[in-house]
Ligand binder design. Structure first.
Ligand code: PBG
Length: 330
């Protein structure tokens, strides 16, 4: 035994105690970087519970305001609103109606929690009867006709008090169209968080159940990007920044950490990672079976997103994480 050479370097020395590990830790995250997505239902008869997303509920406008107040109190700085309108049509009128569900929720949240940052998703899929993110003409998604409606949606959200509008339809030119429309209407300070690299992903399944937004025909592959392409994500981000995006997002998160890393190295703009519905559901399902330690897994995934290079972290676990951090029993 004494014949064996002693290791020259002992990395375990710096792992010996919590204080040592804290001193050499390379990556940290904070509740102050989390964004909680919320689903708002216009029709109070719409079911609140979402079977594939335990712990997340479809909220009425009043409940959304109350939830925003709780989140603010817990130190979560921002919410991202998605709407479930009581009716849908071919032109997605509910998306840009001044009394639309998200617009009403924006006003209610601003009144309840004035310092909370309120973000609104800008897309048509929850509002169209066909479930696509843009206008359909002769069975195809019409890019430029969609731009007009997306710009109108963003302006009506800004008018209702949105601090941040987040275009997610993946139409070419959507960020530029929205920036122009916002500026024209006097909303120069409204921030744009672009879903820049949004992939045609099966991880959105539970969201589409929650928001009743699955496409009624075809799929989203002609506008959401191919998960196989990394360089194309960098082109999307570069274009959105040129068009005026303030924040850029990559989504989903865990299966795309290489893209977050590549984007971090290429661009200096703040970068958001969106841990989407399917990522949440996977963790919840395993946790419900007692197969994993939910808190440890969630914290590990947030660390991974930060280590890859994300600044802002969008997660359905935001409220729970804030509670864990505070040491609440739940
Ligand atoms: C709207 C939108 C979707 C998500 C965010 N914005 C659904 C989709 O593109 O089908 C997915 C979010 C999630 O899965 O948590 N277009």
């Amino acid at each position: 035994m004494s014949e064996l050479p002693k290791p020259r370097q002992r990395l375990r020395r710096l792992r010996r105690t919590p204080a040592l590990r804290s001193l050499v830790r390379e990556t940290a995250w904070d509740v102050g970087q989390l964004i909680q997505p919320l689903f708002v239902r216009e029709d109070p008869r719409t079911a609140a519970t979402i079977p594939s997303m335990p712990g997340i509920r479809r909220l009425t406008v009043e409940e959304t305001a109350a939830e925003a107040g709780e989140l603010e109190e817990l130190g979560v700085p921002a919410v991202l609103l998605f709407g479930l309108p009581s009716g849908k049509d071919a032109m997605a009128r509910g998306a840009y109606a001044d009394d639309g569900v998200v617009q009403e929720a924006l006003r209610a949240v601003k009144e309840e929690a004035p310092d909370l940052i309120v973000m609104a998703d800008v897309c048509l899929c929850e509002y169209t009867d066909h479930g696509h993110c843009g206008v359909v003409r002769e069975g195809r998604i019409d890019n430029d006709a969609s731009l007009e409606l997306l710009a109108r949606t963003a302006v009506s959200q800004a008018r209702a008090g949105a601090d941040v509008v987040a275009p997610s339809a993946m139409m070419d030119g959507q960020v530029g169209a929205i920036r122009t429309a916002l500026d024209r209407e006097g909303f120069e300070d409204t921030i744009i968080m672009a879903y820049a690299a949004k992939h045609a992903s099966a991880f959105y399944g539970p969201f589409r159940e929650a928001a009743d937004s699955a496409p009624r025909f075809g799929d989203r592959k002609t506008y959401q990007k191919d998960p196989a392409n990394l360089r194309e994500s960098l082109r999307e981000i570069a274009l959105d920044l040129e068009e005026g995006a303030d924040l850029v997002m990559i989504k989903p998160a865990l299966a795309y950490l290489d893209m977050i890393r590549a984007a971090r190295e290429r661009f200096d703009a703040p970068l958001a990672a969106y841990a989407v519905s399917g990522e949440y559901s996977l963790i919840k399902a395993a946790a419900e079976r007692g197969w994993i330690d939910e808190r440890a897994i969630v914290e590990e995934t947030l660390t991974a997103m930060r280590r890859a290079g994300a600044d802002l972290l969008i997660t359905y676990h935001a409220k729970e994480v804030a509670r864990w951090k505070r040491g609440d029993p739940r």
